[in-house]
Design a protein around this ligand. Structure first.
Ligand code: SF4
Length: 325
């Protein structure tokens, strides 16, 4: 069952076919990418996929992500495994996962130390080295997404893959995310490099904390149980998406002034958690501008801009749009 793809900008049919041509077929009962996503969203998508309308331009970034994955998959290198689908049973259900790339970790220091020890004491039964592996996942994303390190979803996803590989006897001891930041600009970096932690390059490698196997199993089991119990429920009784799952931004307050018909935040005064903090900033302000507090309402970024099933979502109607839906 496919979504309905529209072409509002009149792009060539090549784009439309490429976006429509989704070759992905899930192996097993659940995929890891499905399980890390909100249960409500995934179940509504299963039920209403053939009615979901997506314009072709919304699918272009997904297409870019797929093409980068495809190119990297083709670049075979020794000692690496790419895009291999794994299966693991959680109770009666089969979970699949396809990590982007698995590489052997070559530790030259350890290698040198072992040959030194063997050379000075060849009769001793030195243990064989345990081969260790590094799992890498590739993400085409934005600077905002990596502001606080790897996203929680990526941590969960790579840990599930690492766990599934360890169940096959492959000792995955390192996980990382390699990002291509599509909105990175050299000019912005030059402007901000002394200040606000703007990334120093378009590509970044983010190390992911490695969970132990018990934590990975518990996470997968809890997600499968949630999906299984939710599948019995009607649309309007599905478990609600959390704050984190909705990519919700909280309400903010800013100390602003008017200039040439627009509102501008004072330097250092654009982002406060509370009205009181913004007022305290204004009280201590020594500049010449006439400042006042502006309320900036929070938003559920995923619901508003990225959720394909919001039209069938009761939570969206009730909590996010109110009467405007
Ligand atoms: S619209 Fe928001 S609350 Fe509803 S399923 Fe989508 S992400 Fe979840």
């Amino acid at each position: 069952m496919h979504m309905i793809v529209t072409n509002k900008k009149g792009l060539s049919q090549a784009w439309v076919s490429a976006v429509r041509n989704d070759q992905y077929e899930r192996a097993g009962d659940y995929s890891v990418t499905q399980l890390i996503s909100p249960a409500q969203l995934q179940i509504l998508l299963e039920r209403h996929r053939d009615k979901v309308v997506m314009d072709v331009q919304e699918g272009l970034w997904i297409l870019l992500g797929k093409s980068v994955h495809y190119i990297l998959e083709q670049s075979h290198t020794r000692g690496a495994l790419t895009e291999h689908t794994l299966l693991f049973n959680i109770g009666n259900f089969q979970v699949s996962g396809t990590p982007d790339r698995l590489e052997r970790i070559d530790d030259p220091e350890e290698k040198a130390a072992m040959s030194f020890l063997r050379s000075i004491s060849p009769d001793r039964d030195w243990p064989e080295r345990v081969r260790q592996y590094h799992l890498r996942d590739f993400k085409i994303t934005s600077i905002y997404a990596i502001k606080e390190g790897p996203k929680d979803d990526w941590v969960r996803q790579t840990n599930c893959y690492g766990f599934m590989l360890r169940q096959q006897g492959i000792a995955v001891t390192r996980l990382s995310i390699e990002t291509l930041l599509k909105d990175w600009r050299m000019s912005e970096y030059m402007k901000e490099r002394n200040g606000r932690g703007y990334p120093d390059a378009q590509a970044q490698v983010l190390d992911v904390p490695v969970w132990n196997d018990a934590k990975c199993y518990e996470y997968l089991e809890q997600r499968v149980n949630l999906f299984e119990s939710s599948k019995m429920l009607p649309d309007d009784k599905l478990p609600r998406c959390s704050h984190e799952e909705r990519w919700a931004k909280p309400d903010r307050f800013a100390a602003v002034y008017h200039s040439k018909g627009t509102t501008v935040a004072a330097r250092g005064g654009g982002n406060f958690d509370s009205q009181m903090d913004a007022e305290a900033f204004i009280a201590g302000y020594t500049g010449k501008k006439q400042l006042h507090v502006e309320f900036r309402p929070g938003e559920s970024v995923r619901c508003e801009g990225y959720c394909p099933v919001k039209h069938w979502c009761r939570q969206y109607r009730e909590e996010i749009c109110g009467d405007e839906f």
